[in-house]
Ligand binder design. Sequence first.
Ligand SMILES: Nc1ncnc2c1ncn2[C@@H]1O[C@H](COP(=O)(O)OP(=O)(O)OP(=O)(O)O)[C@@H](O)[C@H]1O
Ligand SMILES: [Mg+2]
Length: 400
Amino acid sequence: MFGQEGLKYIGYIFYICKNNRMINSIHTITIGILGGGQLGRMLVKAGTDYALHFKSMDPDNEAPIRKFTNQFTQASLTNYQDIINFGKDCDLITIEIENVNTEALKALEKQGVVIYPQPHVIELIKDKSAQKQFYQTHGIPTAPFKVVTNKKDVEALAHKLPFVNKLAREGYDGRGVQIIRTKEELTKAFDAPGIVEDLIPFEKEISVIVARNTNGEIRVFPVVELIFHPEHNLVEYLFAPAEISTNVEKEAKQIAINIIEKLEMVGLLAVELFVTKEGAVLVNEVAPRPHNSGHQTIEANITSQYEQHLRAILGMPLGATDALIPSAMVNLLGEEGYQGRAIYQGLKEVMKESGVHVHLYGKSQTRPFRKMGHVTITDSDPKQLKRKANFVKDTLKVIA
Ligand SMILES: Nc1ncnc2c1ncn2[C@@H]1O[C@H](COP(=O)(O)OP(=O)(O)OP(=O)(O)O)[C@@H](O)[C@H]1O
Ligand SMILES: [Mg+2]
């Protein structure tokens, strides 16, 4: 009766109404958060300024978010029915982790629940090979790669060594990533679907966080730099703004904008990038949610990444992203060799320094390298900032 164009138009009007209803009734809508880790907890904290009503879901009964939302459900994020049950009385659903059942989210979307980031975007991003293919299709610079389905496929690429073998799904915090340098090391290749990627001898790793709201408005945060330990090749801390040329900065921001535009995604997108010695910028991977590399925006930027994500998904105008002061961020990881009830050693000493802001995630049990909290350090003098970041790293320890 309406024809294709007519249907499109009605859909558009419906979308606008729903969007306005969301902003106008901001206090009465229920926002469901899938995942209850520290990212979700900080998202809820930002939402308290707008008196938002949240419920959350996580498999861990002691999830950091638990005490901060009106309702908490302990259930599996990958189980179809668990997500349907949780989501059916939500007006809006968002995520703090990608590894969720997207089929259930698509079904909820059909039932009228608004889901940002959109389920098809989550689906694409949670699969590293699909993500890499997306970059290739859209001419977004990234390390050359091959899709593999098992260990045999990886071994067949021996002539390309050294390379990086990554799991397509469920890898996080570097757990699904292996650098394979020699033929002998091929034995440790993953026997699962994934990718084999050229090993990039990058000079720097940087990250850019970009947001896009329901009206298509886009804002980018300043570029952040990951500082590596000079001997151990481990990320020591984050530094903002990154010490990079104007060209690299422009390029990194443009890449982030291109990706979020091409995905037509609503919400926050964190883009991890490599900068090569020649000054080329390559995308490593993206995450469609608040990110570890944006924690410092809570203290150091006009709008935090958490508030920005909420503004984006609620259809509010996006906030200014400017940095107010240079900052550093140190992840507080469980000390090696300790497991059990967490004790925070050196807390008083670091808090005596001005501009040191400690965030503890409320995880009662520590284990080696578990993310237990983070510390943001602000100082207008970059030298002092680095000194304080190193002091925090050396002084504050999570033991048991
Ligand atoms: N192609 C590459 N060349 C060189 N180093 C790489 C490459 N890919 C990944 N790495 C290194 O491994 C790290 C982890 O890789 P990646 O970000 O893909 O995995 P991840 O499991 O999602 O990690 P995280 O959750 O910490 O972001 C990168 O930050 C980088 O230091
Ligand atoms: Mg990564």
